[in-house]
Design a protein around this ligand. Structure first.
Ligand code: CO
Length: 155
């Protein structure tokens, strides 16, 4: 597994609308492996393909709960419930944190690494992370939608 360079804010790819993945092949599975490796190495809870300079609709998430590593290919949010405001950061925007309003609970439909359609419902941090990572696929960064921003520590 390779460790990939994480693109930082200002890189044009982070403002791009990413393209759907039409065929989940060995190349895509390797990209997912590399993304997970890169995310864990950076102590992140999520990473989207444009952050590793690939304009495709794929994200990896691991919020450290029993669900473990979650890989979402061509994800779309089907349902949103409630709202919650909490602190966010991003591996592409080091040392900047901000308060972002998100849905409290979301259900997402996606393809897994075998090309099979699946659904996942997440609440709290997982729901927040899903929404943050899916925004990356449409060129939206949390600093674009945050209510307030600050430098320094996560909390
Ligand atoms: Co991010």
């Amino acid at each position: 597994m390779a460790l990939l360079e994480i693109q930082k804010a200002g890189a044009p790819i982070l403002k791009q609308i990413c393209a759907p993945i039409h065929r989940v092949d060995a190349k895509i599975r390797k990209m997912l492996d590399d993304m997970a490796n890169t995310m864990y190495e950076a102590n992140g809870v999520g990473l989207a393909a444009p952050q590793i300079d690939v304009p495709l609709r794929a994200v990896v998430i691991d919020v450290g709960d029993e669900a473990g590593l979650i890989e979402l290919i061509n994800p779309t949010i089907l349902y949103r419930e409630g709202t919650a405001i909490d602190s966010e950061g991003c591996l592409s925007i080091p040392n900047i944190f901000g308060e972002v309003e998100r849905a409290e609970k979301v259900t997402v439909e996606f393809m897994n690494r075998r090309g099979k359609k699946q659904r996942l419902t997440g609440e709290g941090l997982l729901a927040r992370c899903i929404q943050h990572e899916l925004d990356h696929l449409d060129g939206v960064l949390f600093i674009d939608i945050a209510r307030s921003l600050r430098q320094g520590d996560a909390k």
